[in-house]
Design a protein around this ligand. Structure first.
Ligand code: OGA
Ligand code: MN
Length: 346
């Protein structure tokens, strides 16, 4: 589901693929400077302007309603996608910064797994190493070792790169740029597309659980509390996309997936139960929270594009917050998006 390129043959096959192709980033190669080809965004639902209208008591656009509940900010629904909820600006700038920091430092650490594990084994302190300009050197593992990890062992090394070793080294910053996911709580096994309860894991941090419970509460079945057991953190750089998919490995679809957007603005496609259904496109901005429960759990969805240019990324408030703190986070988030989606598995 993590394709950077959509296979051409397939690209026109379904309504979902067509929409992915429409919004995906393409470059005009004719010019010296790589400039993204302009894209028609007129059909993309903008919940920020819907929120502005709502706050002015203006009529909402056709197909959008506000959920009646005592939550402290409006929750919007789509008439033809029951079970889908959008909470614009659900997170404060401080909360956004906190979860960006955690997503880059503590979340991609053992026993949490990342996309790098299969090849490199778990990498300690990737973000710090990257910002310090460090390199990792591979060392051949003893083939008789009982350790099940791949034959590479990652060793932090700054100066020893010479001669034949040179081709076996990799910049930590490159690995950071290629970080695509990490998993919290119960570990999701992508190869088997299921949760593997036998893998070592630690509980999702309490503060993240609390936040997810608050966000999920308005759409939970009466009298029940959301129990976060697993989370997937997705990291997007320019050109990265998340192909259309379903999240159907959790037992009880009446419980929502709580999905938080951080960093650069993105386009989210919410399809129907078939890939043939035309998806609804909408913007996801830093601080927005989406809930998918009930019927919406059966809807294909994906992220065909993120925006990293100053005008479209819409991260000015995040930037000024990080300016006073740590430039390394600022550097990363200027060209990236992070999504944390939290799930009740059982
Ligand atoms: C997912 C997902 C959406 C997003 O990880 O399953 O749908 O906003 N993410 O990145
Ligand atoms: Mn999903």
């Amino acid at each position: 589901m993590y394709d950077s390129e959509i296979n051409n043959e397939e690209s026109e096959r379904t309504a979902f693929r067509k929409a992915e192709k429409k919004y995906k980033i393409y470059y005009d190669n004719s010019k010296k400077k790589k400039i993204p080809r302009p894209v028609d965004l007129s059909e993309v639902i903008d919940f920020k302007s819907i929120l502005d209208k709502y706050n002015c008591n203006d009529e909402l656009r056709e197909g959008v309603t506000a959920l009646k509940c005592d939550f402290d900010r409006p929750i919007f629904c789509l008439k033809n996608r029951p079970g889908f909820y959008f909470i614009p600006s659900a997170l404060s700038v401080e909360e956004q910064c906190q979860w960006i920091r955690e997503s880059l430092t503590s979340f991609p650490q053992f026993p949490n797994r990342t996309n790098h594990d299969a090849f490199y084994g778990s990498i300690p302190d990737l973000f710090v190493s990257a910002t310090q300009g460090k390199k990792f050197v591979f060392e051949e593992r003893d083939p008789d070792s009982v350790d099940s990890h791949p034959k590479w062992k990652l060793v932090e090394e700054m100066d020893r790169l010479s001669g034949s070793d040179a081709h076996k080294s990799v910049q930590a910053s490159l690995l950071l740029r290629k970080l695509r996911w990490s998993t919290l709580g119960l570990q999701f096994d992508w190869s088997k597309r299921s949760y593997n309860v036998d893998l070592p894991h630690k509980k999702i941090p309490d503060s993240l659980c609390q936040l997810a419970k608050i966000m999920a509460a308005p759409v939970m079945p009466c009298g029940e509390e959301f129990q976060p057991e697993a989370a997937i953190v997705n990291y997007f750089g320019l050109g990265d996309m998340l192909g259309g998919h379903l999240d159907d490995m959790e037992k009880d679809w009446s419980k929502p997936i709580v999905s938080m957007s951080l960093g650069c603005k993105a386009i989210f496609l919410l399809g129907g139960k078939s890939r043939e259904d035309s998806p609804i496109a909408m913007f996801l901005r830093s601080g927005d929270v989406v809930l998918m429960a009930g019927e919406a759990r059966e809807c294909f969805h994906g992220v065909p594009r993120i925006f990293t240019d100053t005008e479209n990324a819409e991260i000015a408030s995040l930037e000024s917050q990080f300016l006073d703190q740590d430039f390394s986070f600022l550097d990363y988030i200027r060209t990236s998006r992070i999504n944390i989606n939290i799930r009740q598995v059982f």
